[in-house]
Design a protein around this ligand. Structure first.
Ligand code: AMP
Ligand code: GLY
Length: 424
């Protein structure tokens, strides 16, 4: 069985690593990074070129394509692969609108009774600003389309919200993604995320996980793609989990199927818990990064049936398989990330880090240069450990982190703080 993983981050390294441990599975990864080479055949491809992806899968005789990031999904890579007779894990273009258009997602939630913050949609910036000035409640302004995680402004007051509308709609900071905005009521409560894998009808709920979006300890500093993650997340109690499944996951999947856009693939839901009840902040149509690293590290047993079952529309025989009780993933980033950063710094100590028991070092922004591994992105590595509990996993991950050396190494020291008895 030949599986091609699409993407180049630590999420894709973790997926390729886990798939490569399944018996009889050979893994390809495109475009990959320096670390994926250890578990997969790495081949170049431009992920924005759907036809090139299909030709690559054909040329290599691929049986299943696992799509990591959202952009190719929203662009219809799964539709093109299926038209070519190649199984693909991930939603088709119609179902990927759950992430590709926040307006589509909110209207779907409204039609199917999925709890979410009240909202209005505007395609005219003057009308949006007039609404903001007349409203007396705290608001959140969101660009409709994909904006690399930067299109959401939790406004401190009306002036802030108006500035966000100007930035998104008039200045078109995110291009056409800002042709429409959503203005939402601001909710208050702890945030959790929840991952399921669906076959369009049934779903397998994965373990809970939580990432750390801010750059610095204590949840301070600018938002990033995620500086670390841990699993399980204690806020997701059995009651909260039941509420998420019954009030959010099931009506979402039923609604999508009823509207002719059955959702297959990984659905990663961002939620806020308000007075014990879950409200959807956003849908993502792929695994979270670095949540995926924490989840794959804990997955026990074969993982191909999960991806193939989802792609083929039949997850009846698949059960979640959690082995290790806990995992912690610490991201090592380049100095300056999420702002400007240098590339090409030599990375040392990777073997020592991987030698710490329970640790796997997933690569994100790395490449090979004259036999050495050098940095090539903002997030460089995702050092991931399993353990008996979060403290144990964190201790191992941070021991491994100390082994890795590169100029400007930036990290958070408090990953998993919500679930740790002690820090350090
Ligand atoms: P999103 O990309 O829609 O998940 O938004 C990014 C972040 O903005 C979330 O993780 C929340 O911290 C915050 N956010 C989004 N929507 C709301 C809301 N309605 N109320 C409060 N905070 C929100
Ligand atoms: N860790 C957040 C994301 O993948 O969107």
């Amino acid at each position: 069985m030949r599986v091609l993983v699409l993407g180049s981050g630590a999420r894709e390294h973790a997926l390729a690593w886990r798939l490569a441990r399944d018996e009889g599975v050979e893994v390809w990864c495109a475009p990959g990074n320096a670390g994926v080479e250890a578990v997969a055949k790495v081949v170049p491809v431009d992920l924005s070129d759907v036809a090139a992806v299909v030709s690559l899968a054909r040329a290599e005789g691929i049986d299943l394509v696992v799509v990591g990031p959202e952009a190719p999904l929203v662009a219809g890579v799964v539709d093109a692969l299926e038209d070519a007779g190649i199984a693909a894990f991930g939603p088709n273009r119609a179902a990927a609108r759950l992430e590709g258009s926040k307006v589509f997602a909110k209207e779907l939630m409204a039609r199917h009774g999925v709890p979410t913050a009240g909202f209005r949609v505007f395609d005219d910036p003057d009308a949006a600003c007039a609404y903001i000035r007349a409203a007396s409640r705290p608001l959140v302004v969101k660009a409709d389309g994909l904006a690399a995680g930067k299109g959401v402004v939790v406004a401190d007051g009306p002036e802030d919200a108006v500035a966000a509308v100007d930035h998104i709609m008039r200045e078109r900071a995110f291009g056409d993604a800002g042709a429409r905005v959503l203005i939402e009521e601001r909710l208050v409560g702890p945030e959790v995320s929840y991952h399921v894998v669906s076959d369009g009808e049934r779903y397998v709920a994965l373990a809970s996980a939580q990432d750390h979006k801010r750059a610095f300890d204590g949840d301070r500093g600018p938002n990033t793609g995620g500086m670390g993650a841990y699993s399980p997340a204690p806020m997701v109690t059995p009651e909260v989990e039941r509420a998420i499944c019954e009030r959010v996951v099931e009506p979402t999947l039923r609604g999508m199927a009823a509207e002719g856009a059955a959702f297959r693939g990984a659905l990663f839901i961002g939620l806020m818990i308000v007075d014990g009840a879950p409200f959807v902040l956003e849908y993502n149509v792929r695994f979270g990064d670095p949540e995926c690293e924490a989840l794959m590290a804990r997955w026990d047993g074969p993982v191909l049936p999960l991806f193939m079952g989802s792609a083929r529309g039949d997850l009846r025989e698949v059960r979640p398989a959690c082995g290790a009780p806990a995992s912690v993933c610490v991201v090592l980033a380049s100095a300056g990330y999420p702002g400007a950063y240098d590339k090409g710094k030599r990375v040392d100590g990777l073997d020592e880090a991987a030698g710490v028991e329970g640790v796997t070092v997933f690569h994100a922004g790395t490449r090979r240069e004259a036999g050495a591994t050098v940095t090539s992105g903002g997030r460089v590595l995702a050092v991931t450990a399993v353990g008996e509990d979060i403290d144990d996993a964190a201790a191992r991950a941070y021991r491994a982190v100390e082994c890795v050396r590169f100029e400007g190494k930036q990290l958070r020291r408090d990953i998993g703080w919500q679930a740790r008895r002690r820090l350090g």
